[in-house]
Design a protein around this ligand. Structure first.
Ligand SMILES: [Zn+2]
Length: 302
């Protein structure tokens, strides 16, 4: 029963089955064909029905969410999964990852408080791929806390830098809730990939500043990618991020949705795009509001 539920969810998390647009498939961009290293993120938007339900929940909660003020403290449970040979032990980098999260989310009014950490030796979990029985087993065994608890797992990361679950999915899949990242994305690992300066102006893709965690926690708090919906009207459901046709992998300014309907250049420096860590440093005011509202609706009451 549990496996079947997660497979249904992952249909949208990974490949956008059944008519959901996958921006990686439909593009002919040369930049995408040359994208560096691993895929930044495995998250795809929720089903159309879930998205509509989220919008209804947000509309209904407007008055209530405005009453939510002050700093929101998020308890964090950190699970470092390593191989039997000790590969992947980034436990010494947990404080730096916490600092990165706290700096990125301070202006949104979130603070992250580490309440537990563990190093777990398990080869099957370390090498588990997205949505597999091994990943589900890992989470079912290790997850702690309620809907408000951020469970942060480091593994080999499948073929991605990371993935996350949306707040709406906590019911009924609470055991699966959380963020999984490749351990090498934590700050200070040295994960820097030389690339052609014609693509990346500084000649280096830096994925070791901890912003894979920032990006995935953005999903965990309810944000979509900035390029969600390409140049369509609703896009990422955020009014103050200009529309964006496709992910941007390189730190190059761009305007991919043009014309009077689409003012502004692409939000390439936003944490919810696909640029490298050195290039992303922003959430917008509307993103702050959307995360706080979804916290209030889906996570605040544990
Ligand atoms: Zn993502």
């Amino acid at each position: 029963m549990r496996a079947r539920s997660v497979v249904g969810l992952l249909c949208f998390l990974t490949v956008g089955c059944g008519g959901m647009a996958d921006p990686d498939v439909e593009t002919s961009s040369s930049a995408l064909k040359k994208r560096p290293g691993r895929d930044r993120c495995a998250v795809r938007p929720p089903s159309a029905a879930d998205q509509e339900a989220i919008e209804r929940d947000l509309s209904a909660s407007t008055a209530q969410a405005k009453a939510t003020a002050g700093v929101i403290t998020v308890p964090v449970h950190f699970h470092v999964v390593i191989t039997s040979e000790g590969v992947g032990d980034v436990s010494s980098l947990i404080p730096a990852q916490m600092e990165v999260l706290n700096a990125a989310y301070a202006s949104a009014g979130f603070q992250f408080q580490l309440v537990s950490q563990e190093v777990v030796t398990n080869d099957a979990w370390y090498f588990s791929v997205l949505g597999s029985a091994e990943e589900q087993d890992m989470k079912a065994s290790l997850r702690q806390g309620g809907a408000n608890a951020l469970n942060f797992y480091t593994t080999a990361g499948d073929i991605y830098l990371g993935w996350a679950t949306f707040p709406k999915w906590y019911q009924p899949l609470g055991f699966y809730d959380g963020v999984v990242v490749w351990w090498a994305s934590l700050p200070g690992t040295g994960l820097k990939i030389p690339v052609d300066p014609e693509l990346e102006p500084d000649g280096l893709i830096e994925y070791d500043l901890g912003d894979t965690g920032t990006h995935e926690v953005g999903h965990w708090l309810g944000l979509y990618h900035t390029f969600e919906g390409a140049c369509n009207k609703n896009g990422d459901r955020i009014d103050d991020t200009p529309a964006e046709f496709e992910p941007q992998f390189f730190c190059v300014e761009r305007d991919s949705c043009t014309g009077k309907k689409f003012p502004g250049s692409d939000p390439i420096h936003n944490f919810m795009d696909y640029v490298d860590d050195a290039c992303m440093d922003q959430f917008t005011g509307d993103q702050h509001e959307r995360m706080r509202k979804q916290w209030d609706i889906y996570r605040a009451r544990g």
